[in-house]
Structure formats: C-alpha cells, structure tokens
Design a protein around this ligand. Structure first.
Ligand code: SAM
Length: 280
C-alpha cells in the first residue's frame, strides 16, 4: 500500500539541508541519502520481508534530513518513530512532521540511551541508515532485546559499512567470522539485501555500504542467555589464533560432552557449537 502524503509541497532534501545548515558532521556519522529512489528501494526490501507496513510501527534511527523517513511514510507505515541526536536535523524535519501529522513522531535523543520497545506496542520494525560510528553497539542492544523476546521486532533492515555486513553474514572458516557473526546468526536469519556505492551518499563515505536484513528466529526454551553467548565468543575470538583448549579452558568438559576437537581454533567452531557450549 502506498500513501499520498502531500510530498509535492515538501522542498527537495538539498533545500532542506541548506535552509537548516545541516552540513554533514563526521562525528555524528552523517552520510545522507538524498536520492529518493535509493531510500524507496530500502523500504521496498523491508516490506518484502515484513509485508505491508500498515499496522506496523517503524523505528528509524538517525533520520537526518528525512529522505528514508519520507519513503517509509509514502510506503504506508502506520507510524514512524524517528530518533535523531542532531538538533539541526530535528528542526529540518519539521516540514515533514507537518505533512505527516500523527504518523510521524520525532524524538530528539541518543538512540544508544533510548528503549525503543517502551515507545510503542508491536508489531515493530527498525529501518535505518545507521550512523556508522555507533552501528555495532546499536545492533548489539537490539539483538539483546530480541534474545529476551523474539517478537520485539518483526524485522530490522539496516545499512552498515560493507565490512561490518560481511562480518555479520560470515560463515565458519572465513577470516571475518567472529563474535558478531555468531550472535547475529544465532538470533536471526540474515539476508544481505544489496550494496550501495559510496557515491550514493552526501558526502560519500570512504567505503561501500550494504543493507542487511534481520528476521528474528524463535529459540528453544533451553537457549543460553545472551550474556553466556557474549562471554564465550569474547573469550574465543579475543584470542582467535589460539587453539580452543587454551582460549576456552572453562569449556573443556563441554568439548568432551559434545565431541568437539579441542585443537581447533575459534573460527572453526560453528554457531551451533558455540550455542551448545554456552548452554552447558
Ligand atoms: N537517515 C538519513 C539518511 O539516510 O540520509 C541520515 C543517515 S546518517 C548515516 C546517520 C544519522 O544518525 C544522522 O542524521 C545523525 O545525526 C544520526 N545520529 C548520529 N548519532 C546518533 C545517535 N546517537 N542517536 C540518534 N541519531 C544519531
């Protein structure tokens, strides 16, 4: 479903940026997407995995001048809650706020500090072109929530630096396989949706970006805690060149019980083996 917001009355994003002096600040990870075909594409992929956006609250982290926000509203999101740290961007979004009315709520604050779940009942999803300097801690916070309640978010469609996206989707044996791959792959089905070249952004970052989608899995009742999985992955990948008999000394009994060769290294253990060891 698409909705007729009165977009024709909204100024182009470049004008919004100029009027509000929203010059990109590196410290805030500001690389804006001004091509609405690109932001529409992100939203199209998000609806492909989550279905119609009507009836869903979409959280957007870092709306900036509001390109992706426009696309979300245009695609019929029942409600968009946009959390933005930069006061200039909050001001720049006022025109969109007037056009969207109650369907858009703008929160001026730090996404690392805000409990999104408390802001709206489900179903919820997150769609964001993340500030890269805090993308990983934000993701870890959301994954922690998903562990405690797999229905917290129906899906997350998030833009990362490609290098982080590759770590998220890496399989055992790959040199980018690590803590993030295990935790994310344990809790979610992960889909690498598409890449965007640096030139798609204003200003262009140094690297290619990728949209990654996460769909929470239902876990068995005896699944280990988030902390247990964080602990084992930190120990293993903190010393990834060592054999696990040395990096994971505390799990020795588990190697025997599960028939795991203790001379292998962190990157050779599967996600399932990490989860089994953490659950013991
Ligand atoms: N969504 C916009 C787009 O696609 O053009 C902007 C994306 S830009 C990569 C990241 C945005 O996150 C910026 O608007 C920045 O101000 C905002 N931001 C940075 N740190 C933040 C934080 N701690 N909490 C909320 N927003 C933050």
């Amino acid at each position: 479903m698409t909705m007729n917001l009165d977009f024709d009355t909204l100024p182009p994003l470049r004008e919004v940026i100029a009027e509000h002096n929203l010059r990109a600040q590196k410290s805030l990870g500001q690389n804006f997407l001004l091509d609405l075909n690109m932001t529409d594409k992100i939203v199209r992929h998000a609806s492909d995995i989550s279905g119609d956006l009507s009836g869903v609250t979409v959280f957007e982290i870092g709306p900036g001048p509001g390109g992706l926000t426009r696309s979300l509203l245009k695609a019929g999101a029942e409600k968009v809650i946009a959390v933005e740290y930069d006061e200039r961007a909050v001001q720049a979004l006022q025109g969109l706020q007037e056009a969207a009315g109650k369907r858009l709520e703008i929160i001026h604050g730090d996404a690392l500090e805000i409990d999104l779940m408390g802001l709206a009942p489900g179903p919820r999803m997150i769609v964001a072109n993340l500030p890269y300097n805090i993308a990983t801690p934000l993701l870890i916070n959301w994954l922690r929530k998903i562990r405690s309640d797999p229905t917290s978010y129906q899906s997350m469609s998030l833009m990362f630096q490609k290098e982080v996206a590759q770590r998220l989707a890496a399989a055992p044996g790959n040199k980018t396989y690590g803590r993030l791959s295990v935790i994310a792959g344990w809790l979610c089905d992960i889909n690498m949706a598409f890449d965007l070249p640096a030139s798609a952004f204003t200003p262009p970052p140094k690297v290619t970006s990728s949209v990654v989608q996460f769909i929470p899995k239902t876990l068995p009742d005896d699944a280990p805690s988030f902390e247990a999985v964080e602990k084992i992955t930190a120990a293993a990948f903190g010393q990834r060149r060592k054999m696990i008999r040395s990096s994971l000394k505390d799990y020795k009994a588990g190697f025997e019980a599960l028939g795991i060769d203790e001379t292998i290294r962190a990157e050779e253990l599967s996600i399932e083996q990490y989860i089994q060891l953490a659950a013991l």
